[in-house]
Design a protein around this ligand. Structure first.
Ligand SMILES: Cc1cc2nc3c(=O)[nH]c(=O)nc-3n(C[C@H](O)[C@H](O)[C@H](O)COP(=O)(O)OP(=O)(O)OC[C@H]3O[C@@H](n4cnc5c(N)ncnc54)[C@H](O)[C@@H]3O)c2cc1C
Length: 175
C-alpha cells in the first residue's frame, strides 16, 4: 500500500508505471476502481487522495527467463548491500534526490557522515540513511534531519526535502 501511495522505485523505474488497475476505498465514496494511467504518478508521490486506502492492485510484467530474473535480483541486492546499511535499523532514504543531484552525495560532501543526535546518526555507509542505534527517539531523528538539511544548505545551497512522512509532530515541531 505504501509503495503505491509513495510510488516507490529506483532511479530507473517506478511502481506506478507498472500499475494496470487499482482498487481503493475512500470514506464517503466507497470502493473505487481506476486504471493505472488515471492516476498521476510523481517522484515518491501519487494523486491518491489523503484518505484513500489501497486495497488491491494489478501489475503488468513481461514473461522472462526465471534464472535471468534471479540473477538480476541478486546483483541488485548485492549492490545495495555494499552501498546501503541494510543490516541496521533505518527507514530507507530520508531525503528526496534534488533534480539532477544525489541527496546522499550532498550529505557526504557536507561532511555529515557519522553526525549524531542522541541515538540517531547519519550512516557511514550511505549519507541519506539515518541509523537508529537502538536508543534513538523520534525527536532525535527529527533534530538530526533538521541539522542535516541546514548544513547541506550552508555547504551547497540546496535545500533537501524529506522523502519520509513525519507522523505525530505538530506543524511547528516539523520546522
Ligand atoms: C532499507 C530500505 C530501503 C528502501 N529502499 C527504497 C527504494 O529503493 N525506493 C523506494 O521508493 N523506497 C524505498 N524504501 C522505502 C519503501 O518504499 C517503503 O518503506 C515501502 O514501500 C513503504 O511501504 P509500506 O507498505 O511499508 O508503507 P508505510 O511505510 O507503512 O507507509 C508509507 C505511506 O503510505 C501510506 N500507506 C500505507 N499503506 C497504505 C494503503 N494500503 N493505502 C494507502 N496509503 C497507504 C502510509 O499512511 C504512509 O503515508 C526503503 C525502505 C527501507 C527500510
Amino acid at each position: 500500500g505504501g509503495a503505491l501511495r509513495m510510488n516507490a522505485g529506483t532511479r530507473t523505474e517506478w511502481i506506478g508505471s507498472r500499475v494496470v488497475s487499482l482498487t481503493t476505498f475512500q470514506p464517503g465514496r466507497g470502493l473505487l476502481r481506476r486504471r493505472g494511467d488515471e492516476i498521476a504518478w510523481g517522484y515518491r508521490e501519487s494523486s491518491l487522495a489523503p484518505d484513500e486506502v489501497v486495497l488491491e492492485c494489478e501489475l503488468a510484467a513481461e514473461p522472462a527467463d526465471p534464472f535471468a530474473v534471479r540473477d538480476k535480483m541478486e546483483s541488485i541486492l548485492a549492490r545495495r548491500k555494499a552501498a546501503q546499511p541494510l543490516s541496521e535499523a533505518t527507514c530507507g532514504s530520508v531525503f528526496k534526490n534534488p533534480e539532477g543531484a544525489s541527496a546522499g552525495k550532498l550529505i557526504e560532501q557536507a561532511g555529515l557522515k557519522g553526525a549524531r543526535v542522541g541515538g540517531a546518526r547519519v550512516s557511514e555507509v550511505h549519507g541519506n540513511f539515518i541509523v537508529n542505534d537502538g536508543t534513538a527517539t523520534a525527536a532525535d531523528v527529527l533534530a538530526l534531519m533538521k541539522a542535516v538539511r541546514d548544513e547541506v544548505q550552508k555547504a551547497s545551497g540546496v535545500r533537501l526535502e524529506p522523502e519520509v512522512h513525519l507522523v505525530g509532530f505538530s506543524e511547528r515541531a516539523r520546522g
